[in-house]
Design a protein around this ligand. Structure first.
Ligand SMILES: Nc1ncnc2c1ncn2[C@@H]1O[C@H](COP(=O)(O)OP(=O)(O)O)[C@@H](O)[C@H]1O
Ligand SMILES: [Mg+2]
Length: 276
């Protein structure tokens, strides 16, 4: 592993002159280059350079308002509908420029499942929730739908709890079950990347532990990017961690290094709980 200490172009904050990156050899699933984002006049992301490794769990950490959700939403173009939004720079998904004018946004989003803070099952049966992405695609073959439902629920560690109540309303599930259902729904679409924005923040510790176990199981099959404000969680589930502060990527590398021997004093202060 080698630490590249060349300054990131355009990093203009007084508090940090350098962002530190740890280079890795595998080709990235997501390649973010010089990404800047403005909400109207207010700049929220500054020159983000970040390569996200395939099959790994990457955690985005940093204090509230530092731009974690903004970055995640930029990756699957969920920010597109925000009024006054301006983005410069580039994001590639496995080599495809997602902000290219000819990019098919719907097709791109299918390659990236998204899981939110609050579980958001649709008010329909468990079965209908899981197979929703296939229905949207026009799949009607009952055998395919049933097979996909079972596979996705098994992958999301919900099959045993749900198999006898597939036709019941998903809103009757507990919060933790609902979140695993949302993960199953994301998996049913067969994505390459799972984007998770604080997926455990509305859950109790037991439900949280189940989601964390699930993330560990899904790693490898999917590339997972998880936003969390819980540093223990980042340390438990992720291979790599990115620390963001005031819209900037301050430090990015393997999780152990970020938590134990970070290069940047700002990272050190954050991971040791001196601010947050
Ligand atoms: N839709 C929006 N319109 C205007 N400003 C926004 C919007 N979403 C987020 N912001 C601002 O962008 C900054 C980063 O927010 P966010 O990405 O939500 O941070 P985090 O997820 O790290 O808490 C904050 O200052 C926030 O107020
Ligand atoms: Mg957020």
């Amino acid at each position: 592993m080698n630490v590249d200490t060349t300054p990131v172009a355009g990093l203009d904050a007084d508090f940090e002159k350098t962002a530190y990156h740890i280079k890795t050899s595998d080709g990235p699933i997501l390649d973010i280059k010089d990404l800047c984002l403005w909400y109207s006049e207010t700049q929220a992301l500054f020159n983000i350079d970040m390569s996200i490794e395939r099959g790994m769990v990457t955690a985005l950490i940093g204090p509230s308002g530092c731009g974690k959700s903004t970055l995640l939403r930029s990756v699957n173009r969920m920010n597109d509908l925000v009024d006054g939004l301006k983005i410069t720079g580039r994001i590639k998904l496995h080599g495809d420029d997602i902000y290219d004018r000819s990019a098919d946004v719907i097709a791109l989003r299918k390659r990236m499942g998204m899981v939110f803070q609050k579980p958001n099952p649709f008010p329909m049966s468990i079965f209908e929730n899981v197979i929703y992405p296939l229905k949207v695609d026009g799949v009607r073959d009952k055998a395919i739908l049933e097979e996909t439902c079972e596979r996705a629920l098994k992958s999301a560690a919900l099959w045993n709890e749900a198999k006898d109540r597939l036709n019941e309303n998903a809103l009757g599930l507990s919060g933790g079950q609902q979140q695993r259902l949302c993960i199953a729904r994301a998996i049913a679409a067969d994505p390459e990347v799972l984007l998770m924005d604080e997926p455990c923040s509305a859950l109790d510790p037991i439900a949280t532990a189940k989601i964390e176990d699930l993330i560990n199981e899904l790693a490898g099959r999917y590339s997972i990017v998880i936003v969390t404000h819980n540093m223990q969680q980042a340390a438990r589930v992720s291979d790599n961690t990115a620390f963001m502060y005031l819209g900037r990527l301050i430090e990015y590398g393997d999780t152990e290094t970020i938590f134990q021997t970070p290069v940047s004093p700002k990272t050190q202060d954050y991971v040791t709980g001196r601010f947050g």
